[in-house]
Design a protein around this ligand. Structure first.
Ligand code: G4P
Length: 521
């Protein structure tokens, strides 16, 4: 098989959702189809966020698939599927966001009983920023939930993306009859279990039970309206992230999951070209290249090693190959490559664009690093920084340790584990993170790797807005409520206490430019 064929076999995606929408349940079903696990109920342990701060290799053993499952891969109908996990719950952090820079498409699960929830919005924004195609699975149709049209409207309004239902649910909860498949023009009947029956459209009118079922008739009337006046399906718009195909089903039953997956696989893009400092690099470019989007430190002090997660972007990765770290021009031998496969961590012999490999990191890599071979030198576009939401002041318990404290902070910040700010005038260190877990990890690593006990003083959730450095702004406008700080690049920003303070400030100071780095256009 040549490079081009290998690349086109790959489907690399992440599943985004709010906790409890059914991500684990759906993932499990996909792994079953891929014969990766033998029975459902194997993907477990996620409920306890406490695991995350102990030895992650140990956790892997305990949790089985769920941590190793940072990346799951399996063959399916001639394709090579890579699913990247986006940790939620207490594990929600910048890593969750960064994972989305390493995928080619995204599956968004929405709980039909809840509609769009907070974490989905956050993750969706990142996909939107990057123009990643999004495929929607509306889950839990076996329960009483929101009306179909209401759900579609909510997606369009809250997320500002066009929807195109690919199948139409008939009833819900106890009255759930199944879905009408628009493509195949057939009713897929839900029998309360895994068995699905298919009735072609022509036969539906002959079915007297259906013809006298008000749930069926109402749903089909509604569907007729959507057929007539709804959005037209456009694969082009889907691939540009402007339209999302919507599927309905139940991950638990399971119902509609395999149909969803088959359609998803058919539509989802294979790895494409990626932007670098020297232009776009094609995935079938013969020279190997890739970038690191996540570094996982070993929490066990006896094992200082870490694993860097690399997304292959071009060429062929081979075990033991020599690569160059573009940032430093240093030559490195990638001997201990590991690929993360469900229950065992196998060694990877080769990998292609779209694949994710875990490589041993003797503390030389940084998040966003590019590895290359060949004579051309380039770097993949910098990974975006995600505005932190939680802020804490940090100090060393023992002032005598301030030297190690500074060294530790600088290294961990450089690694991308957490973001650092300095308060105006007082120069205190303020850390910013997306989730609580990052603080726990930071504290643990400062203690174990730099032998410094740190103390936190919570500042809480804040809304960061960058100032225009060209604009002269009077520092006395700010206080502990709306805190003036500088980021690592010495750029000034304000940590506003809440929406109210932000709007109040804007009203009072209409000429001061406030920049939201996370704004989606
Ligand atoms: P998550 O990974 O997105 O957090 O969600 P997960 O799959 O763990 O699902 C959350 C809960 O919702 C689970 O119930 C799960 O069984 C249930 N669930 C998932 N899909 C469906 C569905 O299609 N229909 C219905 N009715 N329920 C669904 P739980 O009781 O919280 O967990 P468990 O004790 O069963 O593990």
């Amino acid at each position: 098989m040549n490079l081009y064929e290998e690349v086109n076999k790959r489907k690399t995606f992440a599943i985004i959702s709010h906790p409890d929408a059914g991500k684990t349940t759906l993932t499990e079903k996909l792994l079953l189809y891929g014969n990766l696990i033998r029975s459902a109920g194997t993907v477990k342990g996620k409920k306890s966020g406490k695991f995350a701060t102990s030895d992650w290799m140990e956790i892997e053993k305990q949790r089985g698939i769920s941590v190793t499952s940072s990346v799951m891969n399996f063959p399916y109908r001639g394709y090579h599927i890579n699913i990247l996990d986006t940790p939620g719950h207490e594990d929600f952090s910048e890593d969750t966001y960064r994972t989305l820079t390493a995928v080619d498409s995204v599956v968004m699960i929405i709980d039909s009983t809840k509609g769009i929830e907070a974490q989905t919005i956050k993750l969706f924004k990142v996909c939107r920023m990057r123009g990643i195609p999004i495929f929607t699975f509306i889950n839990k149709l076996d329960r009483e939930g929101k009306e179909t049209l209401e759900l579609l409207e909510e997606i369009e309004e809250v997320l500002d993306i066009e929807t195109c239902p690919m199948n139409w649910p008939i009833g819900m909860g106890k009255r759930f009859l199944g879905v009408f498949d628009r493509n195949k023009q057939e009713l897929v009947k839900f029998n309360g279990n895994e068995e699905e029956t298919y009735i072609p459209k022509e036969e539906l009118e002959l079915d007297e039970t259906l013809m006298s079922n008000s749930t069926y008739l109402e749903a089909m009337d509604e569907f007729a309206l959507v057929e007539e006046a709804g959005n037209r399906f456009s694969l082009e718009d889907v691939l540009q992230g402007k339209q999302t195909p919507v599927f309905f089903g139940s991950a638990l039953a399971p119902f509609g999951v395999q149909t969803f997956f088959d359609n998803f696989i058919a539509m989802a893009p294979a790895p494409g070209g990626r932007k670098t400092t020297e232009g776009v690099i094609s995935p079938d470019n013969p020279d190997f290249s890739g970038f690191i989007f996540k570094i996982q430190a070993n929490m066990n002090p006896a094992h200082r090693d870490r694993v860097a997660f690399l997304r292959v972007c071009s060429g062929k990765f081979e075990r033991g190959m020599d690569v160059k770290l573009a940032r430093t021009n240093k030559q490195i031998k990638l001997s201990q490559s590991q690929q993360f496969v469900a229950s065992s961590r196998g060694t990877v012999e080769e990998a292609f664009a779209g694949d994710i490999i875990g490589i041993y990191d003797p503390n030389i890599y940084r998040i966003g690093d590019t590895l290359i071979t060949g004579k051309d030198k380039f770097e993949y576009n910098e990974l975006p920084q995600f505005p932190p939401e939680l802020f804490k002041k940090v100090t060393a318990k023992n002032v005598m340790k301030s030297k190690q404290f500074k060294k530790g902070i600088e290294q961990l910040v450089q690694e991308g584990a957490i973001q650092l700010f300095r308060q105006h005038r007082t120069e205190s260190y303020i850390l910013g993170a997306v989730g609580e877990l990052q603080y726990e990890v930071f504290q643990y690593r400062m203690q174990n790797e730099y032998h410094v006990d740190v103390m936190f003083e919570t500042i809480g959730e804040r809304i960061p807005r960058w100032l225009n450095p060209e604009q002269k702004v009077d520092p006395s406008l700010f206080d502990e409520r709306n805190m003036l700080v500088t980021d690592r690049e010495e750029q000034p920003l304000v940590l506003f206490k809440n929406d109210f303070s932000l709007n109040w400030f804007k009203d009072k100071n209409p000429t001061i430019e406030l920049i939201d780095l996370f704004e989606v256009n």
